[in-house]
Ligand binder design. Structure first.
Ligand SMILES: *[C@@H]1O[C@H](CO)[C@@H](O)[C@H](O)[C@H]1NC(C)=O
Ligand SMILES: *[C@@H]1O[C@H](CO)[C@@H](O)[C@H](O)[C@H]1NC(C)=O
Ligand SMILES: *[C@@H]1O[C@H](CO)[C@@H](O)[C@H](O)[C@H]1NC(C)=O
Ligand SMILES: *[C@@H]1O[C@H](CO)[C@@H](O)[C@H](O)[C@H]1NC(C)=O
Ligand SMILES: *[C@@H]1O[C@H](CO)[C@@H](O)[C@H](O)[C@H]1NC(C)=O
Ligand SMILES: *[C@@H]1O[C@H](CO)[C@@H](O)[C@H](O)[C@H]1NC(C)=O
Ligand SMILES: *[C@@H]1O[C@H](CO)[C@@H](O)[C@H](O)[C@H]1NC(C)=O
Ligand SMILES: *[C@@H]1O[C@H](CO)[C@@H](O)[C@H](O)[C@H]1NC(C)=O
Length: 505
């Protein structure tokens, strides 16, 4: 019974993760002192790019104050109208359950706050000792700025702005870095899931390289998950894609002075929906939905930090989403752990006795259930969605021999040896290089009388000299079922040997 209830919650949330936009009630961009913005009313930026109001992600019953792209639906660009249009959330960690009586207000004393029936109000995070006259404006940039207005209405002094408290989205003009005077950091933190804006386990921050140059870092919890390499001459070492020269309309820059150090970007031309989003699997997605960097949980790439696995696991182990039920109840991790789907997978992958896991959302909380190796799994179409480990992505290995047969594979560390034992074929890394190459070298056993024959220049042929492979694990030479000879590796497209085979035109 419990299981079924929980399943329904998850289904409801996952199946309806889109965001419904109700007609605009108010089209002002400014909230004045003593005014209030009720649930259902909105502020709209002067150029109609952004909208601010209360929303619930998916079928969640919780209300959040957020900013999203305000743009009428255009059927030519359906991908621009998904749930991820929300670019900022005010109360991500303090969901409001009560729908009625929710409002944003600047009270008579000049305090900006969210209040609702049956709870204490949520004040915006700044200290304000005196009573003031103030107003809050949603700018065309998407920045929500709260400012003090002098009694003559003239000078304005910024008290607080949403750009100083990014959620998971970097808009043009936002900063990533640090204010040296106040010690305030500008960083992104992923949502737990598309239904839950609460702080997830990935963050995007800046860091300092060995010689003092700046870089950007994705962390999973505390540990480094991906780095950009240092910023040098207008681009990141490991991220040539983002360079100012080659990356179209985004102008990235690094600003460093005595007050602050940060990365920022601007848009050249008309690209109002531009944004970078740190998703709940730790990848930075662009407005187009592509994951241009840090996508280590999708594919291994430059900058990804290799995640250690226990000896019981291999890189080929995969969890498959299946429907069914487990023979017994598993071990549950829920409540206050704030686990995401990614965290649940990591829990199972790193626990040698774990065979399957699932992820659930219960109200504003998330959790996982994990099951041991001994637990039975039964396929059943109307069952729960369970991620089950499949160890069987392995193909029989070859012994030492001189021939690779179809459907066999030669792994890193295995070799073909010519019949007379003169030559050896396998993967190698020259010197201290981290790159892998397929090569041929002399197989002569070391003879101390002739040490000069045993240096690194024993390699006589290299298959992929111009296509180095960064990923060490999962490198294979194989002849696939179609009879194609190729090098394949984890997280990249395979390298086929250069000959045309079976071409019909
Ligand atoms: C959901 O959370 C509530 C309160 O936190 C708890 O009482 C209930 O048992 C949970 N439901 C499930 C299915 O875990
Ligand atoms: C989970 O998130 C809440 C806020 O959403 C926070 O107060 C709590 O400390 C977090 N728990 C852990 C274990 O990180
Ligand atoms: C706020 O503005 C009103 C009228 O514009 C003025 O009378 C009042 O003194 C102002 N209050 C403060 C705290 O500046
Ligand atoms: C920092 O290190 C990089 C890479 O090793 C090097 O190219 C660069 O010149 C160094 N920068 C400074 C400021 O020393
Ligand atoms: C890119 O941004 C920098 C720093 O803000 C600015 O100086 C430069 O003019 C911009 N380049 C273009 C082509 O807009
Ligand atoms: C930007 O878009 C607006 C509205 O679509 C259009 O009027 C304007 O000419 C565009 N500007 C440029 C530089 O393309
Ligand atoms: C590992 O998984 C088993 C169930 O398979 C569970 O009983 C145990 O608590 C897990 N260990 C940790 C550290 O999570
Ligand atoms: C496990 O993976 C292998 C290879 O990808 C696949 O053929 C097999 O069907 C999978 N097993 C299950 C139970 O899904």
């Amino acid at each position: 019974m419990m299981a079924i209830k929980k399943r329904n919650l998850l289904l409801l949330c996952l199946s309806c993760c889109y965001f419904f936009i109700s007609p605009s009630y108010s089209d002002s961009n400014t909230l004045e002192q003593s005014q209030q913005l009720e649930d259902g009313q909105h502020l709209v930026s002067a150029d109609e790019t952004f909208k601010l109001g209360f929303f619930s992600p998916g079928t969640s019953k919780y209300r959040y104050l957020g900013i999203w792209f305000y743009r009428p639906y255009d059927e030519n660009y359906p991908e621009l109208f998904d749930s991820r249009k929300v670019v900022w959330v005010a109360n991500r960690n303090i969901p409001i359950f009560e729908k009625s009586g929710v409002l944003l207000t600047i009270d008579e004393l000049g305090k900006l706050k969210i209040s609702y029936n049956g709870g204490s109000s949520i004040a915006f995070s700044f200290v304000q000792s005196k009573n003031i006259n103030a107003s809050a404006t949603l700018l065309d940039s998407g920045n929500f700025v709260f400012k003090e207005v002098d009694s003559d209405g003239s000078t304005e002094h910024i008290l607080w702005q949403s750009f100083d408290y990014p959620t998971d989205t970097l808009l043009p003009g936002m900063k990533l870095g640090m204010n040296l005077k106040t010690g305030h950091f500008w960083s992104l933190t992923s949502w737990i899931s598309e239904c839950l804006p609460a702080e997830g386990s990935f963050s995007l921050t800046t860091g300092v390289g060995i010689n003092g140059s700046s870089l950007i870092i994705i962390r999973w919890k505390r540990s480094v998950y991906w780095t950009s390499g240092v910023w040098q001459n207008g681009h990141f070492e490991l991220l040539p894609m983002l360079s100012n020269e080659g990356y179209g309309y985004k102008n990235f820059s690094y600003i460093s002075n005595e007050y602050e150090k940060y990365f920022t970007y601007s848009i050249i031309g008309n690209h109002t929906l531009a944004r970078y989003v740190l998703d709940s699997k730790g990848a930075i997605a662009e407005s187009t939905g592509l994951a241009p960097f840090g996508a280590c949980s999708y594919k291994f790439d430059l900058g990804c930090v290799e995640q250690k696995l226990p000896d019981c696991r291999s890189r080929n182990d995969r969890f498959e989403l299946r429907k069914g039920f487990m023979s017994v109840q598993g071990v549950r991790f829920d409540g206050s752990y704030n686990l995401s789907l990614f965290d649940c997978e990591a829990k199972c992958l790193n626990n040698c006795s774990c065979r399957a896991y699932d992820f659930f959302i219960n109200g504003s909380q998330t959790g996982c259930e994990i099951w041991s190796e001994e637990t039975g799994f039964t396929e059943y179409n109307n069952g729960r969605e369970i991620y089950v480990l499949n160890h069987s992505n392995k193909v029989p290995h070859i012994q030492t021999q001189n021939t690779l047969e179809q459907s066999q594979q030669l792994e890193d560390g295995q070799h073909l040896v010519s019949a007379d034992e003169t030559f050896k074929l396998g993967f190698f890394s020259p010197g201290t290089s981290k790159y892998q190459y397929l090569g041929l070298w002399f197989n002569t056993p070391y003879d101390e009388k002739y040490p000069e024959l045993f240096d690194s220049r024993k390699v006589v042929w290299v298959a992929n000299r111009n296509i180095p492979i960064f990923e060490k694990s999962g490198v294979l030479l194989m002849i696939d079922e179609l009879g194609k000879l190729k090098i394949s590796y984890h997280g990249g497209s395979s390298i086929a040997f250069s000959f045309v085979q079976g071409a019909s035109c």
